[in-house]
Ligand binder design. Structure first.
Ligand code: PLP
Length: 421
């Protein structure tokens, strides 16, 4: 007997699928573009040279000879894959070394390495939270955080992005839920590049007895004197119970980690399904991440952090001066302003963002396009990002192309959002 509904019915005529096909047919799709060279400051993509302002290779280490040697040595020694989970046949001395050095970097008792950053979030939140708990999450948190919260079946109380009054209200409600409370925020938000006000969040967590987890995916290897992330930048490391990071950005590889107390990390090691029931990170990925971490922790690290942040400030200022709406530098307690390596250009309308992306692509600049649900509805933006290895002439060339494209674009499509006053 046929079922009342076909589970595949939803894939036909889905709004997203139709948009995808329209964009594909008109060659306006900003996604799945083919990269034909390493993710360097200037890349080859689909037959042309383009300035890469759309990668998370913040320190530019993916092509560093020492990082490549780390990957190559691990590959030569252990082969291409481990064909099993960390629990069984997939643990190498390299994983253990990496975990020890990550914990030392973060200044925590222990750290655990997952095969991806996404799994680190899902495997931590889905394990440490249970149906009786409440998780309070920023609405701008990364999808993997939301996935972990949903998996845990804890009560989810989202609060409006970076609004401390809303966080406080959610915590008041959470206190009445009767279980444990975990607040989870991105340190640097992945699309807008803005920063969580961690000192105030720490204060609120303390007031309500909540634990705090910070996703440092975009901040580790970038912010703080050791590059340990937002918690270090704000001097609140000892108040952040769990700190998550990925290898897929500054650490120039693939994988993720969670750092925290020994008892929690050990619990994850024996209970986290996303850790136990998946193959261990391949040797080359682990070898590369370890080599990148050693560079970050060497005297060279702070020079790289300074360079990527200077490049971000330069691009942000340049785009502002050209009349684009960018995110204002984040004010720091010492009175200075900080622009993270994510430098978004606010466009608003989805199709305008796509047309602008295409014009830049044709002009030889690759950027990312963030549409709803990655950003709020009507909040489409071009997500540009820089590397420590972008030199000034390359950034100037990119800015000149932005200027030329803006003029032609506005003549055809009307004005883009002006810089905020
Ligand atoms: C804030 C944040 N957390 C987690 C992840 C997941 O990391 P990965 O891509 O290494 O799986 C990402 C990356 O997309 C991210 O931006």
């Amino acid at each position: 007997m046929p079922t009342a509904a076909d589970v595949f019915a939803k894939v036909r005529g889905h709004e997203r699928v139709e948009q995808f096909h329209t964009a594909q047919e008109t060659d306006l799709l900003p996604y799945f573009r083919r990269l034909e060279s390493p993710a360097a400051p200037v890349v080859h993509m689909e037959g042309a040279e383009r300035i890469m302002l759309g990668s998370n290779n913040y320190l530019g280490l993916t092509g560093d000879r020492r990082v490549m040697a780390g990957a190559r040595d691990a590959l030569e020694r252990y082969g291409t894959g481990l064909t099993g989970s960390r629990l069984l046949n997939g643990t190498l001395e390299l994983h253990l070394q990496l975990e020890a050095e990550l914990a030392a970097w973060m200044g925590t008792e222990d750290a655990i390495v997952f095969t991806t950053g996404h799994q680190a979030n899902v495997g931590t939140l889905g394990t440490i939270l249970g149906p009786g708990d409440t998780v309070v999450a920023d609405s701008g948190d990364h999808a993997s955080i939301l996935d972990g919260c949903l998996l845990s079946r804890a009560k989810l109380r989202p609060f409006r992005h970076n609004r401390l009054d809303r966080l406080e209200r959610s915590l008041e409600k959470a206190a009445g839920d009767g279980g444990g409370i975990l607040v989870v925020v991105d340190g640097v938000f992945s699309m807008e590049g803005d920063i969580a006000p961690l000192p105030q969040i720490v204060e609120l967590c303390g007031r309500f007895g909540a634990r705090l987890m910070v996703d440092e995916a975009h901040a580790a290897g970038v912010l703080g004197a050791r590059g340990a992330g937002t918690a270090e930048l704000f001097g609140v490391e000892e108040h952040c119970d769990l700190r998550m990071g990925t290898f897929s950005k500054s650490l120039a590889s693939c994988g993720g980690f969670v750092a925290g107390s020994r008892e929690v990390v050990e619990f994850l090691r024996i209970q986290s399904r996303a850790f136990l029931f998946t193959a261990a990170g391949v040797p080359a990925a682990v070898g590369a991440a370890l080599a990148a971490l050693r560079i970050i922790r060497s005297g060279e690290g702070p020079e790289l952090f300074a360079r990527v942040l200077e490049n971000a400030a330069y691009l942000n200022r340049g785009l502002h001066e050209l009349g684009f709406r960018v995110v204002e530098p984040h004010p720091l307690p010492d009175g200075s302003g900080l622009t993270t390596p994510i430098v978004p250009v606010v466009v608003g309308d989805d199709w305008k963002a796509v047309f602008l992306w295409r014009a830049l692509y044709d002009a030889g600049v690759f950027v990312n396009v963030a549409l709803h649900p990655a950003v709020p509805p009507g909040g489409a933006l071009l997500r540009t990002s820089v590397m420590a290895t972008h030199d000034r002439p390359t950034l100037d060339r990119a800015l000149a192309r932005f200027a030329a494209v803006k003029q032609a674009f506005e003549a055809e499509h009307g004005p883009l959002p002006a810089p905020a006053e």
